[in-house]
Design a binder for this molecule. Structure first.
Ligand code: ARG
Length: 309
């Protein structure tokens, strides 16, 4: 017989290592430019004049609550020091693709975020020195790939899902496959609101997959359906999708997200997951939420054909 469906995921994950996440405190978080449809710098500036920096204080509170929720779920948190003038540095998901102790550093599409590249490179070098990573590698010249924002490892299938279109280049798939020696399934993103893959898709450790079908091209949806049997697909409605419910962080059997409908909560509970909601609406003003604010550092593939070194 198959194992019982209702066994809590945390029990099944009990022997796994402590999940380690990279975050960056929002000291300098702001919406000063617009590179996705969620970002409205004029509205941000007007609100700052109106309530004298309340959004800044709210960002700090919400980020600290996320940090606390992840720690309570069992994660160890590493941090990158915030840098003035780099308001999106908080979105560490975009820093790199990390697997098997190797960090493949991101290259950003927009000049507004390219200043983050050397900061993240130094941070990963620091993690390598401390033994938390073994290799830090660069992408080929001219290839854009915005880290785990567009490249999510699916631990149940031992593959990467890679979003492309708004930000990352489709040919980044070759670089990811060559670096890590695992399969890459490219998915074209077609709705400007869901401009990074992690805004619309979240692979869970049991093989269940949260996603918003409307974010993907027809070929993308077909690729998801080919890999994930219907019973493992958790398709979001637009109400959950626009709250960035797919932008969730799964630590053991706990799924941490900003907002979740009762229906989604029940669906995840039926699969053995506990949902923790911690409101991150200030970051949604920049087009980000829980997953964007974290980067998983400890994932390992079951099978990898990449050469070490
Ligand atoms: N303002 C940021 C940008 O547009 C948000 C990034 C969100 N990160 C993510 N992994 N989806 O680049």
């Amino acid at each position: 017989m198959l194992q019982t469906v209702h066994q809590p995921v945390a029990d099944r994950m009990a022997r796994a290592e402590v999940p380690r996440l990279l975050m960056c405190a929002p000291e300098h978080f702001a919406v000063h430019y617009s590179i996705n449809p969620w970002m409205d710098p004029a509205a941000w500036a007007a609100a700052a004049v109106r309530d004298g920096g309340a959004a800044q204080a709210k960002a700090r509170r919400q980020w600290s609550a996320l940090h606390a929720a992840l720690t309570a779920a069992g994660a160890a948190i590493e941090t990158v020091p915030p840098v003035q003038g780099l308001p999106d540095l908080v979105f560490t998901a975009n820093a790199a693709v990390v697997l098997n102790g190797t960090a493949l550093l991101a290259r950003f599409r927009h000049p507004e975020r390219q200043g983050e590249e050397p900061v993240f490179a130094a941070a990963f070098e620091g993690l390598r020195t401390r033994g938390l990573l073994s290799r830090v590698v660069a992408l080929p010249d001219d290839v854009v790939l915005e880290g785990a924002g567009d490249c999510l490892f699916d631990p149940a299938r031992d593959l990467f899902w890679m979003g492309h279109g708004p930000r990352s280049d489709p040919r980044a798939a070759e670089a990811v496959a060559a670096t890590f020696g695992v399969s890459v399934v490219p998915l074209q993103l077609v709705d400007p609101r869901f401009y990074h893959l992690d805004t619309a898709l979240c692979p869970l450790p049991t093989g269940d997959l949260i996603y918003y079908p409307g974010a993907f091209s027809e070929a993308g949806r077909a690729a998801i359906e080919a890999q994930v049997p219907a019973r493992q697909r958790i398709a979001l409605g637009e109400d959950d999708a626009v709250q960035f419910a797919a932008n969730a962080v799964c630590v053991g059997g706990t799924v941490v997200m900003s907002r979740c409908s009762a229906a989604l909560r029940a669906e995840l509970a039926a699969r053995g997951y506990a949902v923790v909601e911690t409101l991150l609406d200030t970051f949604l003003q920049s087009g980000g939420s829980a997953a964007c604010l974290t980067l998983r550092l400890d994932r390992h593939a079951a099978v990898s054909t990449a050469l070490a070194g």
